[in-house]
Design a protein around this ligand. Structure first.
Ligand SMILES: [Zn+2]
Length: 339
């Protein structure tokens, strides 16, 4: 019976669930992600994309270099895995196809619970050593690779466990949510504002209307957009207003949960004074960028505006598709830390 297992779409989900919960530095996790997408720039991929004409391995110069060869078949890799196969319980075999092999080795039920972190570290260094060998820095490849790997992942695990205990306190895990524009409650008006700055600080504008602000920082542009929007809404006699802002820092500043940088104290206070002004009710809420695309576009219009300020009686044409997307309730995926 062959032990070869073919990686199938149903197993892809298995990989992603393990990948999300994998405790490893982000750049290491990213390499696994690239491997699973078949986009690591080995010589095979480079030839396919027309970047190179020779797909052979630059290290052993015997075999074709694909990701399987780099991570498992080439000289360094096979030496390293030989060691781990003799000394590690629960390590998944090289007879598996590479994607199944990766997925299985990320399993937390492994006899050594830190094996997924160690495995990811080894994979990352095998790719790094391959690049060092290719780009003439082979002298930097450690002679005792096992000792080196042991030191590196020991350090990683220590740091990650410290981070994990901190994360556990605030109970954050990434979760995918769908975000889009939601209409305000009946009898309420929504004000969405945004600031844009080309470079930071740089030429800036703000949206919900469009205003050219000259040279200022993004934070300042956002606050000035809010102040301008609140002033307009108040002037138009609106009684119930939901102010949506895509900067959590600014929302917290307006709620008084934390201070703002000293140089923005004045404009922040002016916004807060308008929010609590008599004659209307204002609720300040945070929204994600995906729900604020219209204001974001107008803010960018403001950066290049020919005049200083414009209130649109009809939306400019560049908003047509965005307004339509809002109208039909288009949602966008976003990863957030669940609370
Ligand atoms: Zn090779």
């Amino acid at each position: 019976m062959s032990l070869l297992t073919v990686y199938t779409p149903s197993k892809r989900q298995d990989f992603w669930s393990k990948w999300w919960s994998l405790k490893a530095p982000q750049r290491l996790k990213m390499l696994l992600w690239l491997v699973m997408q078949d986009v690591v720039l080995t010589n095979t991929v480079r030839v396919k994309r027309g970047f190179a004409s020779d797909a052979s391995c630059p290290i052993c110069q015997v075999e074709i270099e694909d990701i399987d060869h780099v991570l498992r078949g080439c000289l360094i890799a096979s030496d390293v895995w030989n060691h781990y196969h003799q000394n590690t319980q629960g390590i998944q075999g090289l007879e598996l196809d590479i994607k199944t092999w990766i997925t299985r080795n990320l399993d937390h039920t492994n006899p050594d619970p830190s094996w997924p972190t160690k495995f990811t570290t080894i994979v990352w260094w095998l790719w790094r050593w391959r690049n060092m060998g290719c780009f003439s820095t082979s002298a930097d490849i450690p002679s005792d690779k096992i000792h080196f790997l042991h030191r590196v992942y020991k350090e990683s695990i220590k740091v990650l466990n410290t981070d994990a205990s901190r994360l556990n306190r605030i109970n954050t895990r990434p979760t995918e949510v769908w975000v889009g524009w939601d209409p305000p409650p009946m009898d309420w008006v929504a004000l969405k504002t945004d600031g844009a700055s080309r470079h930071n600080p740089g030429n800036a504008g703000c949206g919900g209307f469009a205003e050219k602000l000259g040279v200022c920082s993004l934070f300042n542009a956002e606050l000035r957009a809010i102040f301008r929007g609140l002033t307009l809404a108040k002037g138009w006699g609106i009684k119930h207003l939901v102010l949506n802002v895509d900067s959590r820092v600014i929302v917290n500043s307006l709620h008084g949960k934390h201070g703002c940088p000293a140089r923005f104290f004045g404009i922040t206070q002016k916004c807060k004074a308008l929010i609590v002004d008599s004659g209307w009710e204002v609720q300040v809420t945070h929204c994600y960028r995906e729900a604020n695309k219209v204001a974001d576009t107008l803010a960018n219009v403001g950066v290049t505006l020919n005049c200083n300020f414009i209130v649109y009686t009809h939306p400019p044409r560049e908003l047509d598709s965005l307004l339509y997307a809002d109208k039909i309730g288009t949602k966008f995926p976003r990863m957030i830390a669940s609370q």
